[in-house]
Ligand binder design. Structure first.
Ligand code: MN
Length: 255
C-alpha cells in the first residue's frame, strides 16, 4: 500500500505532520506539500514558471518533498514523474478550518485530493471544522480510522472516488458519530474590505466566507453543528444535467 499525503497549509503546518504521523504503519508514505500556505488556491496549476522541489529536514517534516507551488502542483508533479511508484491512495490535510459546502470549490485541501482523483487515484480530504489546531491529535486519529476503513476496499470499489471529511475540534473526535452527507451552501461572501495603503492607494481584502445558507439535515454544515464527523462523497462533473433539455430548446440548433 502506498499513500501520498499533501496539504494546502504548507509543509510546516501542524495538520500535515499530524496526518503523516497518524498514517504510520498503514503503508509506504510519500509527502509532497507546498512551500508556503496555499489555502484558497483551488485547482490552480503553475504554468508560468518551473517548479522546484527540495527535501525538508525539520524534525516533524523529515523527508517531506516541498514544492514551491500550489497543492494541485504537488500532487500533479508527484503523480507525473516525481514518485517512482503510483500511490494507491491520496490524502490531503489536515486543513486548518472547515471545507464545507461552497468552500470545496475554493479549497486547496480538496483540490490536492481532487488532483489524485482526476488521475484515477482514490482520495480523501481532511479538515478540522474550526481553525487553530485544537485537538489536532484526535482529528488525526479520526483520519486514520477513516483511512483504515477504506484501505481494504480499494480493490473491490473500482474507479476512483473522492471523500471530503470535516472533523469537529474535540478531544473525543474518534468517538463521535460519523455521517455521510451532501454539501450544504454558503451565503455569498461578506463584503470586500477596503483600505488605503501607505502610498495612498486603495486596496481590497477579500472578505470572509459567508455563513451557512443551506444547512439543513443531511448537509455537511448540519452534521458539524451536531458534533458529528461529516463525510461527503464528491464528484467533479459540473454539468447542470437537470437543465440540459431546457437549454437545448432555447439555444441548440442541432441535436
Ligand atoms: Mn488551508
Amino acid at each position: 500500500m502506498r499513500i501520498l499525503i499533501a496539504n494546502d497549509d504548507g509543509y510546516l503546518a501542524p495538520g500535515l505532520a499530524a496526518l503523516v504521523q497518524a498514517c504510520q504503519g498503514l503503508g509506504d508514505i510519500d509527502v509532497v506539500a507546498p512551500e508556503s500556505n496555499a489555502s484558497g488556491t483551488s485547482n490552480a496549476l503553475t504554468l508560468n514558471r518551473p517548479l522546484n522541489v527540495f527535501i525538508a529536514d525539520g524534525e516533524a517534516q523529515r523527508g517531506f518533498r516541498v514544492v514551491n507551488g500550489t497543492p494541485s502542483d504537488c500532487v500533479h508533479v508527484a503523480l507525473t514523474g516525481l514518485l517512482e511508484q503510483r500511490p494507491d491512495l491520496v490524502v490531503s490535510g489536515i486543513n486548518n478550518g472547515a471545507n464545507m459546502g461552497d468552500d470545496t470549490l475554493y479549497s486547496g485541501t480538496v483540490a490536492a485530493a481532487m488532483e489524485g482523483y482526476l488521475f484515477g487515484v482514490p482520495a480523501i480530504a481532511f479538515s478540522q471544522v474550526d481553525k487553530g489546531w485544537q485537538h489536532l491529535d484526535a482529528a488525526a486519529r479520526t483520519a486514520r480510522e477513516v483511512i483504515e476503513r477504506v484501505l481494504p476496499t480499494l480493490q473491490q470499489r473500482g474507479g476512483p472516488w473522492l471523500l471530503n471529511v470535516n472533523i469537529p475540534n474535540r478531544a473525543d473526535a474518534l468517538q463521535l458519530p460519523r455521517v455521510v452527507t451532501r454539501l450544504g451552501r454558503r451565503h455569498a461572501s461578506e463584503p470586500v474590505i477596503r483600505q488605503v495603503n501607505p502610498r495612498g492607494e486603495t486596496i481590497y481584502w477579500i472578505g470572509p466566507a459567508g455563513s451557512a445558507r443551506e444547512a439543513g439535515e443531511g448537509t455537511d454544515f448540519y452534521a458539524a453543528s451536531q458534533g458529528r464527523v461529516s463525510i461527503t462523497p464528491l464528484q467533479v462533473d459540473l454539468t447542470d444535467h437537470a437543465a440540459l433539455s431546457d437549454w437545448r430548446h432555447l439555444l441548440a440548433t442541432a441535436a
